[in-house]
Design a protein around this ligand. Structure first.
Ligand SMILES: Cc1cc2nc3c(=O)[nH]c(=O)nc-3n(C[C@H](O)[C@H](O)[C@H](O)COP(=O)(O)OP(=O)(O)OC[C@H]3O[C@@H](n4cnc5c(N)ncnc54)[C@H](O)[C@@H]3O)c2cc1C
Length: 296
């Protein structure tokens, strides 16, 4: 069977896209590998109507509502190869099955590359964060440590003073005489030049000079990778952003390849559930309109 649309990625963006297509009475296949980006966090903040709700619960409610539409098919698995063109795309899954669709929506998210600091990865989403809008409020205007990643990151982290008392841990990422550090100090932010050895306790930072600084939460700047075998097989153009590349899309979420749409974290440098859902809905509508107005 050739589906009207195949959505790859069944999280917030992908389900928002699929919902619009299903509501247009078109058949849509959702393929999902089950690796939502916020699966490390106990609660998702800032999503209207679901503020503070476990992220898995939000996804489960959305999936139950989506599956009420009889034109929706859900396959659990990973798409590992793509070929074809508008009107006739062909996807291969890791289990060897193949699926055909007239349009593709890629809602495959991003992979986070975290700083290689002992103790950091296991605290990701619990006491180590990247997005102040998602987790800053819960720090309770307390002590915030920022592990620097580079000068451009420091500029961004000046915002954190609205969420607590900020100390920037330079950790060798910025020269000691960098003008960005002067600007931070002028803004009332403490700057510590020691190197970070490990993260302990809730958010205690052990430094190489044997001091330990205790915080209520830590912020880091992961780099993100939106590439999958599908982006490479389809030859999608990427665009550079402050945290890494994203899939280039126009105002209709159309990628550089006709008939392929992208949405969610994979296709914007602004990462949140709200934005993923909004862009996902847009991609679903755009894919549906393309079925009607494009020739193939
Ligand atoms: C620790 C942490 C906490 C966060 N907390 C918040 C918060 O409180 N509030 C908030 O608004 N945002 C939060 N975010 C951001 C939020 O998680 C993302 O913005 C959101 O998940 C993006 O949704 P998405 O659908 O684009 O991608 P994702 O949720 O990452 O989903 C992508 C899906 O695509 C699947 N997939 C990928 N490749 C393939 C493939 N080849 N084949 C099949 N399936 C594939 C994945 O398995 C996954 O299920 C947080 C992020 C992190 C890292």
């Amino acid at each position: 069977m050739r589906h009207d649309v195949i959505v790859v990625g069944g999280s917030y963006a992908g389900m928002a896209a699929a919902l619009q297509i299903a509501r247009a009475r078109r058949n849509v296949l959702v393929i999902d590998a089950g690796q939502r980006r916020n699966r490390f966090a106990a609660h998702a903040q800032g999503f209207l109507g679901f503020d503070g709700v476990p992220p898995g619960d939000i996804a489960a409610i959305a999936r139950a509502q989506l599956m009420r539409y009889e034109t929706v098919t859900w396959v659990e698995g990973e798409a590992v190869a793509a070929e074809g063109a508008i009107g006739a795309f062909d996807l291969a899954l890791a289990d060897g099955t193949r699926h055909q669709g007239r349009r593709l929506v890629l809602a495959t998210g991003v992979r986070d590359r975290l700083p290689d600091i002992p103790g950091l990865a296991e605290r990701w989403g619990k006491s180590v964060f990247h997005c102040p809008y998602c987790h800053g409020y819960e720090i309770g205007a307390g002590r915030i440590g920022v592990i620097a990643a580079g000068p451009e990151h420091l500029h961004h982290m000046r915002m954190l003073t609205d969420w607590g008392t900020v100390t920037v841990l330079v950790n060798g990422a910025v020269p000691e005489d960098a003008p960005e550090l002067e600007a931070l100090i002028a803004a009332g932010i403490a700057v510590d030049h020691a190197s970070v050895r490990s993260i302990e306790g809730t958010a205690d930072v052990a430094l190489e000079d044997r001091r330990t600084l205790s915080f209520d939460g830590l912020f880091v700047a992961p780099t993100v990778d939106p590439e999958t075998p599908l982006t490479r097989d389809l030859g999608l153009a990427l665009t550079e952003g402050p945290m890494g590349p994203s899939i280039a899309v126009d105002e209709m979420q159309q990628t550089s390849v006709p008939g392929v749409f992208a949405c969610g974290d994979a296709a914007t440098p602004m990462h949140s559930v709200s934005i993923a859902v909004g862009k996902g809905a847009f991609a679903g509508i755009a894919a549906h309109r393309s079925l009607i107005f494009a020739a193939a």
